[in-house]
Design a protein. Structure first.
Length: 561
């Protein structure tokens, strides 16, 4: 077991193996059987590139050998910062086979996030494209490697400049010790409710079960075509069943550069896509686009998650797009709930479905961890065969994020209907869900107060009909006036990802606080919706703090799938 990971208790490990959830499968073997049985099957489509199962399997073997010659060994961590390109899959498989641990970063991450991930994971390698959507990742790599400790190797898909070319790491396959199926296979990123994200170790055994069960639940098999419209580094597009699940069952994976209708509608038609995953705000975008970009989605199952789907949108979706719908609620930490394809429309539209696994354990509790009455709203606790038992190297945080008997505090307010379907009523945390990307207010606030003109800062989400939420920053200036463009430029200069930059700015004299001294974000949200909001959003208005409200309960780390 990788040091810093929390294992399942032995009794549960025995149970999950005995009941068939864990089968000793390894993620590096995902393409093995299909490469041998039908190697000419198309595995990956990306633009004009079409790779067969034999292509992918052979390249992964050769890259694993090349990485081994470079010095990577089992349990070494590598930050994988690749967009939706075939190299994402090949690098991942190669690292799985080597027993090294990919840490999946998002293509939108920049120096601030990548530096943290490299440091936290003690990464020995950093894998990037040369350029993507106009951004030169080699420049970012230079910034990251200026700081100690730095990854020993920067590996580039494309023109490597002074770094190591991915194509140069091609070597004859060699026998490699297989990893323990109960060991960590890779790390996903949490939503970062207490600052920068926590690392979520997923094991070969637990993720193999997730891939198998999600594919079975949606009837996705070797005849299926999965469109990765969302980033493959997200749990939703990676393994629900996603890219890896499609490869496990012999399906075809179509990699899209963006989820924009202009990019994906032609792919859906050309490749006859049968399944894709969208976050809720993108559903609206697709529905709007259908008015002027006709597309036949009759054979498509649309998997929607990341945020609760507005029932009004749910009822309109099928008539508008012509596709089937399944709602999903989940987290990179594990638990997945979903509406079944054959559920009544009322359940599909109005609920977030039932747990994926019979062994998933859910509790709905009050602030004292006492179970609430059936059907009442409470905080969600969960554990099961694919839900982690602890974040990587986070002993202190784990003590608060998990109960003594191993239930994860999901950070969601939910209720469970009489027929067992989950309905999400809200979040305990203040995490901003901007178009499916999770933004931690403390992370942005720390950078805002680094500006010499900002004395205090608070960040929170405000409703938005397209993105779900936008980011509003409230500052108390130390002197003079500051504009939103000025602050955004400052944050960009500090290496913050574009999606984390504030969309609105309010300037006030003092931050409102609760009776225990915490910033009262509820008051700030009311302030943002008040009569001075427009002036303040332009950075010219001022407002006074409102009376303090009761503090919100603390919540654990979580991220939606």
């Amino acid at each position: 077991m990788l040091a810093g990971c929390v294992p399942w208790p032995e009794a549960l490990r025995d149970r999950y193996r005995r009941e068939g959830y864990w089968r000793g499968e390894r993620l590096g073997d995902l393409t093995r059987d299909w490469a041998q049985r039908d190697g000419s099957r198309i595995a990956l489509v990306a633009g004009s590139r079409r790779l067969t199962y034999a292509d992918v399997d052979t390249r992964a073997d050769r890259l694993a050998a090349g990485l081994h010659h470079l010095g990577l060994r089992a349990h070494d961590r590598a930050v994988v910062h690749l967009p939706n390109i075939p190299e994402f899959v090949i690098v991942s498989l190669a690292l799985f086979r080597l027993g090294a641990i990919p840490v999946f970063a998002l293509a939108a991450h920049r120096r601030h996030e990548i530096q943290y991930l490299c440091d936290r994971a003690e990464a020995v390698a950093y894998v990037i494209p040369d350029r993507h959507q106009g951004f030169d990742y080699r420049t970012l790599a230079r910034e990251v490697t200026m700081h100690a400790p730095a990854p020993r190797h920067v590996i580039v898909a494309g023109d490597p400049a002074e770094f190591v070319a991915l194509d140069a790491l091609d070597a004859d396959p060699e026998p490699l010790p297989p990893p323990d199926p109960q060991d960590a296979a890779f790390c996903l990123l949490s939503g970062g409710t207490t600052g920068l994200p926590k690392l979520i170790p997923r094991t070969h055994d637990d993720y193999s079960y997730q891939l198998r069960a999600t594919a079975e639940g949606l009837g996705f098999d070797e005849h299926g075509v999965y469109l990765a419209a969302l980033p493959a580094a997200h749990n939703a597009a990676l393994g629900c069943p996603g890219v890896l699940g499609a490869l496990k069952v012999g399906g075809k994976v179509v990699l899209a550069t963006t989820p924009s209708p202009g990019d994906v509608f032609p792919l859906i038609a050309r490749e006859r896509v049968t399944l894709t995953t969208l976050i809720t705000p993108l559903v609206l975008l697709w529905m709007d686009a259908a008015d002027f970009m006709p597309v036949n989605l009759a054979d498509l199952l649309l998997q929607v998650g990341g945020a609760k789907l507005d029932p009004e949108i749910g009822w309109k979706l099928r008539p508008k797009l012509g596709c089937a719908l399944t709602q999903w609620f989940g987290m990179a930490e594990g638990l997945l709930c979903y509406t079944r394809v054959d559920d009544p429309d009322e359940i599909i539209v109005m609920t977030q479905g039932r747990p994926l696994c019979p062994a998933d354990e859910l509790r709905v509790v009050d602030d004292q961890d006492r179970d609430v009455a059936p059907g009442e709203v409470g905080q969600l606790l969960t554990r099961g065969p694919y839900t982690l038992r602890g974040y990587y190297r986070e002993e202190r945080h784990n003590a608060a994020a998990f109960t003594a008997d191993g239930f994860l505090r999901a950070g969601d307010l939910v209720r469970i209907t009489a027929d067992g379907n989950l309905i999400v009523e809200g979040r305990l945390t203040d995490v901003i869900n901007r178009g499916g990307e999770k933004i931690s207010p403390p992370d942005v606030e720390d950078h805002l107060v680094a500006h010499p003109g900002v004395r205090e800062a608070a960040v929170f989400g405000i409703p938005d009909p397209i993105l779900g939420e936008r980011t509003c920053a409230v500052i108390v200036p130390s002197h003079g006036a500051l504009s939103l463009p000025e602050l955004r430029t400052f944050l960009q200069g500090r290496g913050l990802a574009e999606y984390k930059l504030p969309d609105r700015l309010l300037t006030i004299d003092a931050l409102p606080r609760t009776n225990i001294g915490k910033v009262d974000r509820a008051v700030l949200r009311r302030l943002a919706a008040g009569p001075h909001a427009n002036d303040a959003a332009r950075g010219t208005g001022a407002a006074s703090p409102a009376p303090a409200a009761a503090p919100a309960p603390a919540a654990a780390e979580r991220t939606a799938s």
